[in-house]
Ligand binder design. Structure first.
Ligand SMILES: Nc1ncnc2c1ncn2[C@@H]1O[C@H](COP(=O)(O)OP(=O)(O)OP(=O)(O)O)[C@@H](O)[C@H]1O
Ligand SMILES: Cc1ncc(COP(=O)(O)O)c(N)n1
Length: 276
């Protein structure tokens, strides 16, 4: 047996509180693989089990609140969590529970309300619980423009929505896919600090239909960077760069009949095909 000479450095521990995606694109699958790709140890509290593939969501089974609570306690009583992120929480009671346990820490809230496929993953009572309980105690919230409008109960430009949401007490990144640029050439995310100016952060768009799980990957990478101690602007830039690289890696592949998964980790193992 080969013994290590020195004790290895402990990896940072990142916590995902999210739903599962049986197709492996979004939710806990995206979060844990993103944590692993960025060198972190991922802990995982499951809030809902979804039957889902690249074409849509067939079934949602919420995990009872007491089980979510027991999972949170198990992780928080044992592991030194550097930062956490929430994805699909699914129920207002779970939103309140997460606010009570993780509020005031390095917490990234991705307020998952509607899947890329259009399935509703959080109803109006969940949106209200985010606004009343979770956003005021989060470090940063990462809605897309549609989710931001649902949270606020009104339409607006992404810049305006980011500013209004940050008035609830946390920093906000309103993410924008390529649809926000008429030419489809760039994506702009809008970063707002409570009481501060709103900054537009643009990067080139990747032309791909494989973007299922993009928002989960972005918010998971953002949590890793915050856990590492980056300031918010640096963390957002690193998370966007990680997401764009992942979209590039998946842009040519064909998995499933719908919107394929973003590539969460490194280049796929390529077979030579020569001997078959
Ligand atoms: N085609 C693309 N090319 C480059 N960047 C993209 C593309 N689509 C999304 N992004 C970036 O990915 C990050 C996540 O944004 P997105 O708007 O996709 O989140 P989302 O809609 O919440 O995703 P999801 O619905 O998967 O949770 C942002 O930084 C956004 O600019
Ligand atoms: C369990 C779970 N969590 C989050 C999403 C959102 O991701 P997307 O918008 O890419 O569908 C999802 N579809 N499923």
């Amino acid at each position: 047996m080969i013994r290590a000479q020195r004790r290895p450095v402990d990896p940072p521990v990142l916590l995902s509180v999210a739903g599962t995606d049986s197709g492996g694109a979004a939710g806990t699958a995206a979060d844990l693989t993103t944590f692993a790709a960025l060198g972190a140890h991922g802990a995982c509290v499951v809030t809902a089990v979804t039957a889902q593939d690249t074409t849509g969501v067939r079934d949602v089974h919420p995990v009872p609140r007491r089980s979510v609570e027991a999972q949170l306690d198990a992780v928080l009583e044992d592991l030194p969590v550097a930062a956490s992120k929430t994805g699909m929480l699914g129920h207002p009671g779970v939103v309140e529970l997460v606010a009570a346990r993780l509020g005031g820490t390095r917490l990234v809230v991705d307020p998952v309300l509607v899947a890329t496929s259009g399935a509703v993953l959080g109803d109006a009572s969940v949106a209200r619980a985010y606004v009343e309980h979770l956003l005021p105690v989060a470090a940063v919230c990462t809605p897309n423009a549609d989710e931001a409008a649902v949270l606020l109960g009104r339409e607006g430009t992404p810049r305006d929505l980011a500013a209004a949401l940050s008035d609830l007490g946390c920093a906000v990144v309103v993410t924008g896919g390529p649809g926000t640029d008429p030419a489809g050439a760039s994506c702009t995310d809008w970063l707002a600090h409570p009481g501060g100016p709103v900054r537009a952060l643009a990067h080139p768009a990747v032309d791909t239909g494989n973007d299922h799980g993009t928002g989960c990957t972005f918010s998971a990478a953002l949590a890793v960077a915050l856990g590492h101690g980056d300031d918010l602007e640096t963390a957002v830039a690193r998370a966007a760069a990680h997401t764009v690289a992942a979209l590039h890696r998946s842009s040519g592949w064909r998995l499933g009949r719908g919107r394929g998964p973003i590539a969460h980790t490194h280049d796929p193992i390529r077979t030579t095909g020569g001997d078959r």
